[in-house]
Design a protein around this ligand. Structure first.
Ligand code: ADP
Length: 255
């Protein structure tokens, strides 16, 4: 059996006595794999019935007569809730993939990935009256999984748009000696210091009411964190309540 973790510490015993505690984490790892596979499978299996329920609810909505008060009141809400369920299962699937699949690194232009995310979300920003722009290097090559880089970019830019009521969102990439840095800066609601660490936890939301109206799942930042760390990088947050936030992802160059 593989011994996964060994920990030793010196207690207040007479000098020369060391207690070595060894934990076998093989079973824990196996359970963890089962959990991740289970979440991925459930998320995947839920997609087909949800698509079908949505299609049927939409047909009922299309066929409802103006005097069908109950149908007109409830069907849009049913469809809205199905969309929410679909988002949760989509994000759970992304998270479990990020957690369990080995990173498939390839040469990837981070600047292009971020510009694409900005283009993709441009209309959403305009609808909210926000200025969304890309300001950064024209090209920044890293060894990374391009799909996962795109997930990070979309999650962070989408959040910046969701949690900003006025002003701007700026996405950029730059180079540090060992890292490619991807940053998203907004002039939005900001995050009080006591939440800075917790926002990266699964399902953690600062204001559940506020987040619910923005339609989030509470999984976006944990996906970002997992992907960044799986690439040997990190994510950091600099934010002041009511002033805005800057999220920065660091990916090692040339690994
Ligand atoms: P959600 O799907 O709720 O957006 P995330 O994991 O992406 O979940 O984010 C967790 C919480 O962190 C959000 O619910 C929100 O409260 C806060 N948050 C994330 N990004 C920002 C931001 N740019 N500005 C202010 N708050 C943010």
């Amino acid at each position: 059996q593989r011994i996964g973790l060994a920990k030793a510490w010196i207690t207040g015993q007479p000098p020369g006595r060391v207690f070595l505690s060894v934990y076998d984490v093989t079973d824990l790892r196996r359970l963890e794999t089962i959990r991740k596979d289970f979440v991925a499978n459930v998320s995947h299996e839920l997609r087909t019935p949800m698509t079908m329920i949505r299609a049927m609810a939409e047909t009922l909505q299309d066929e409802a007569k103006p005097e069908d008060e109950l149908a007109n009141r409830y069907l849009p809400r049913i469809i809205g809730e199905i969309d929410r369920l679909s988002m949760i299962s989509h994000d759970l699937l992304q998270l479990s993939k990020a957690e369990s699949n080995p990173v498939e690194k390839q040469t990837c232009d981070l600047a292009a990935v971020v510009r694409e995310a900005v283009d993709h979300l441009h209309e959403r920003a305009v609808e909210k009256g926000l200025a969304l722009s890309y300001e950064g290097l024209p090209l920044l090559v890293v060894q990374a999984d391009p799909t996962q880089m795109s997930q990070i970019a979309i999650n962070l830019v989408e959040n910046a748009i969701n949690y900003t009521t006025a002003g701007s969102v700026v996405a950029s990439v730059r180079e540090e000696p060992e890292f490619a840095v991807f940053e998203v800066k907004d002039t939005g609601l900001g995050i009080a210091i006591e939440h800075h660490r917790r926002v990266f936890e699964r399902f953690y939301r600062i204001d559940k009411g506020r987040s619910r109206t923005t339609g989030g799942t509470g999984l976006g930042l944990s996906i970002v964190k997992h992907i960044a760390e799986a690439h040997g990088g990190s994510v950091s947050l600099d934010s002041t309540l009511n002033e805005g936030s800057t999220f920065a992802v660091r990916i090692p160059i040339g690994e």
